[in-house]
Design a protein around this ligand. Structure first.
Ligand SMILES: [Zn+2]
Length: 251
């Protein structure tokens, strides 16, 4: 018998099986008996074992392989790598890591699909080459998304706080989320797209406040707090999720 975590809910009307991070979770209505659940688990054991095997040794940090996890706007998404005529990156709803007795839209994992062009895919022999290609496509997708979202939010926040940069740059940084220089230029790491919007807003406020104080003085933090009262929560989120926020080079 497979081990599982049981979560009962009064509102739930359907029985749902989930496999995430090597853990089987059963979400069940309060009236379903454990005997019934055990039989259900038994019936689905082949599927469950396959899923568990797939998820084994999935590192916390994304390695850009099939079924690895990645954060997008603070939500965990699963990578699905395919090949198609045209390369592309797009989201869809994952139904493969979950079995439901009835239709229930709740608690579905989002899937981030990376389609490698057939031409390129044919040349990728070693798995690490494929991972590198996936990473490359994701980098440009995240950059493109960041250019839209960060600039849009920056314009809104900039008006609200009456601090306007001379230039905005979206790029990749190894170990920082943003920067501001004495020419009034601000830059943002496009990997911020992994964090929830309240964290993105905090980083924007942080860099904009550097236009007023180019240091981390008491006055600087006071200004940050004025414009972003929950900034401590955002800082906390960044440190809690630190281990998942780096993009490793596939080797
Ligand atoms: Zn700073």
């Amino acid at each position: 018998m497979l081990e599982y975590k049981l979560i009962r809910s009064k509102r739930r009307k359907t029985l749902v099986l989930q496999v995430r991070h090597g853990q089987v979770t059963v979400r069940a209505p309060h009236y379903v008996t454990t005997d019934f659940i055990d039989v259900f688990i038994q019936e689905k054991s082949t599927w469950l074992r396959t899923k568990l095997a797939e998820q084994q040794e999935t590192p916390k940090c994304c390695n850009f392989s099939q079924n690895s996890n990645l954060l997008y706007l603070g939500e965990e998404v699963t990578l699905n790598i395919t090949s198609a005529k045209k390369a592309g990156v797009f989201f869809s709803c994952d139904t493969s890591s979950e079995i439901e007795k009835d239709s229930d839209q709740q608690s579905r994992t989002k899937q981030l699909n990376v389609a490698i062009s057939e031409k390129v895919n044919a040349k990728l022999v070693v798995p690490s080459e494929k991972s590198r290609q996936v990473k490359k496509q994701l980098e440009s997708y995240f950059k493109q998304q960041a250019e839209q979202l960060i600039i849009e939010r920056l314009e809104l926040i900039s008006k609200r706080v009456s601090l306007k940069p001379t230039m905005i740059n979206i790029r990749q940084y190894r170990a920082r989320w943003g920067s501001c220089n004495n020419k009034g230029e601000v830059s943002f790491n496009y990997l911020l797209m992994m964090t929830p919007t309240f964290v993105i807003d905090y980083v924007i406020v942080h860099e904009l406040c550097h236009l007023e104080h180019l240091n981390h003085s008491k006055d600087f933090w006071q200004l940050v707090e004025n414009f972003c009262p929950n900034y401590q929560l955002a800082k906390r989120w960044l440190s809690d999720y630190q281990s998942q926020l780096h993009w490793l080079q596939p080797n």
